[in-house]
Design a protein. Structure first.
Length: 149
């Protein structure tokens, strides 16, 4: 990986950490040992392993490889892939089973923007006792009306 690519990746990690802090109040930090030891890109969020990608463009195949990497590096945490392509907003990819709570694994995913991601984290990760299967509207917006069990 060239210096320009590493620099763009590190800048993307810092940008995403700031965005998540602004939406959730959670201060994340870069995993500076990831090159040597492996692992996900952003640390500081219990339960989530966030893998960050910042590229000019990406194919569906690229996104599938990124998701596979996120899953492999997550260990016992829930994998999250966050990517941003040039001139686009951040996209977050999570396992559908972690949204609907059916335990079906990580092979089927759902994509969302920062507002839906932040709402999902607040409603279904920070307080997992209220997760349900009706968290998304037909147009993909997050609209969780879960009741505390």
């Amino acid at each position: 990986m060239g210096k320009k690519s590493r620099t763009k990746g590190a800048a993307g990690e810092r940008e995403l950490a700031s965005l998540i802090e602004a939406h959730l109040g959670v201060k994340l930090h870069r995993n500076l040992d990831q090159t040597r030891d492996g692992g996900y890109d952003l640390k500081g969020f219990d339960g989530l392993a966030i893998e960050v990608k910042r590229y000019a463009a990406a194919s569906n195949y690229d996104k599938e490889l990124w998701w596979k990497q996120a899953v492999e590096q997550a260990e016992s945490r829930w994998p999250v892939l966050a990517y941003r392509l040039d001139r686009q907003q951040w996209t977050f990819v999570v396992a559908l089973s972690h949204v609907i709570g059916d335990g079906s694994g990580t092979s089927t995913t759902v994509e969302m923007g920062i507002n839906a991601f932040a709402q999902w984290v607040r409603e279904c990760v920070i307080d997992p006792g209220i997760a349900c299967g009706d968290c998304f509207t037909n147009n993909g917006d997050f609209d969780c009306k879960c009741e505390v069990a």
